[in-house]
Design a protein around this ligand. Structure first.
Ligand code: AMP
Ligand code: MG
Length: 404
């Protein structure tokens, strides 16, 4: 064993360092069908008013308010997509359907329920107001108006707006391409039966899910060996096609821990050890051409917790999101929490509601190999460094993964 030469950095400082060195990616113009969840890269300005024509809100008769109380001759029909081409003259009405164009000369629509029709003549109510029952051009939005801002995430309503304005494609921030590799000679592929001393590579599947959930486009690199030259070749090859490298394992100080020296030789290691539990050996490096590498610890819980604390916010920054962090909320501890000297600890908890408060219960043993501590967890409670621990009933901050 050799002692690590990397300074132990405060967890918040390390997270800030990662973001400082993380660029926002470039712009691509893509079809609406692929835009859901993406971040708009430029303001979207309306090229037309909506509605573009006076449009009936109901089924009924287009009339002149001045003809209130009269018997009117029905001279034609304006259906959706099939306007009445003539002009409405005094004493007449045009049958109109929802979405039909209000004919020239008409200034209101009488609902079909409010008239009597007999032999091509309708009797309209005694009192009518101009403007009744139709939408004027520009009521919903006006040509030249900014309808979406750069930086907004595109969801159903935003995409509906873009479609209504007939934009087939939108400029969005690119998604990060990420190469994902597990390292360790003890690892075997899922589906295989491990022999004594071997374990199944679970991190790659957990991290694949976490990366996809965070918006990354993932390229799987399989299992890398604990052999410096072979590992180096694999990593250099993979980096050609991606923005980010994510590895698990090989970052502690044992002799087989090869990731730190490898990243050191390829770029600059900014974080090599963090005052964080789990996740002390978390490693972050920048590489040539604006690329980045995250060396996550091998223990399954450590890899996922450091993903949440460091990698996810960075991937979100790359994609242009305004909010990088999971929501932090105050929660009341339902258990006595042990603390760790010198290290911020993220303990896995379930949450329940008690009146207006959230109460956190531990998921059991917090061993960094025990994925059961994270499965089904609602939050990571943040236990500041200390020797005393924190008593049940105390309010602490929690990173919310899912609210109950
Ligand atoms: P390391 O960081 O390489 O020293 O690994 C620390 C611990 O995590 C060891 O017990 C490894 O067997 C385990 N580990 C490493 N990589 C994986 C993986 N991909 N899936 C599951 N466990 C792993
Ligand atoms: Mg290893």
């Amino acid at each position: 064993m050799r002692a690590s030469t990397y300074p132990l950095i405060d967890a918040d400082e390390a997270a800030a360092l990662v973001l400082t060195h993380t660029p926002v990616l470039g712009i691509e113009k893509i079809a609406l069908a692929h835009c859901v969840g993406r971040v708009l890269a430029e303001d979207l300005v309306a090229t037309a008013s909506l509605p573009a024509f006076p449009s009936s809100a109901v089924d009924g008769y287009a009339v002149r308010a001045a003809d209130a109380g009269k018997q009117l001759r029905v001279v034609g029909e304006s259906a959706a997509g099939r306007p009445f081409e003539g002009k409405l003259t005094p004493g007449s009405a045009v049958r109109i359907l929802t979405g039909g164009v209000l004919p020239d000369g008409a200034d209101c629509v009488v609902m079909v329920e409010d008239v009597e029709e007999k032999g091509g003549v309708v009797t309209v109510p005694a009192s009518l107001k101009p403007g009744l029952n139709f939408h004027s051009p520009g009521d919903d939005l006006r040509s030249g108006e900014r309808v979406l801002r750069a930086g907004e995430q595109l969801g159903p309503a935003e995409l509906g707006l873009a479609a209504a304005l007939s934009f087939p494609r939108l400029p969005v921030i690119r998604r990060p391409r990420v190469a994902l590799m597990s390292t360790g000679d003890e690892l075997v592929e899922v589906g295989q039966i491990p022999v004594r001393g071997q374990i199944v590579d679970s991190n790659r599947w957990a991290l694949l899910a976490a990366l996809r959930e965070a918006g990354a486009d993932v390229k799987g690199l399989g299992i890398g060996p604990d052999e410096p030259d072979a590992l180096r070749r694999l990593v250099i090859e993979a980096l050609r096609e991606v923005d980010v490298l994510v590895t698990s394992g090989g970052v502690s100080v044992g002799t087989h821990d090869l990731i730190k020296p490898l990243l050191e030789s390829l770029g600059t290691v900014h974080v090599g050890r963090v005052k964080l539990k789990p996740g002390k050996p978390f490693t972050f490096a920048t590489l040539p051409e604006g690329k980045a590498a995250f060396g996550l610890p091998g223990f399954p819980v450590s890899s996922l917790v450091t993903f949440e604390v460091f990698v996810r916010p960075a991937l979100r920054k790359m994609q242009g999101f305004a909010h990088l962090q999971r929501p932090m909320l105050p929660v009341r501890l339902g258990y006595d929490a042990r603390a760790t000297a010198e290290r911020t600890e993220y303990q896995r908890v379930t949450l329940r509601r008690d009146g207006g408060e959230l109460v956190a219960e531990t998921t059991g043993s917090q061993s960094s190999s025990r994925l059961m501590s994270l499965a089904g967890a609602h939050a990571l409670v943040r236990i500041p460094p200390g020797n005393q621990g924190i008593k049940a009933g105390t309010t602490v901050e929690a990173m919310i993964l899912a609210l109950p």
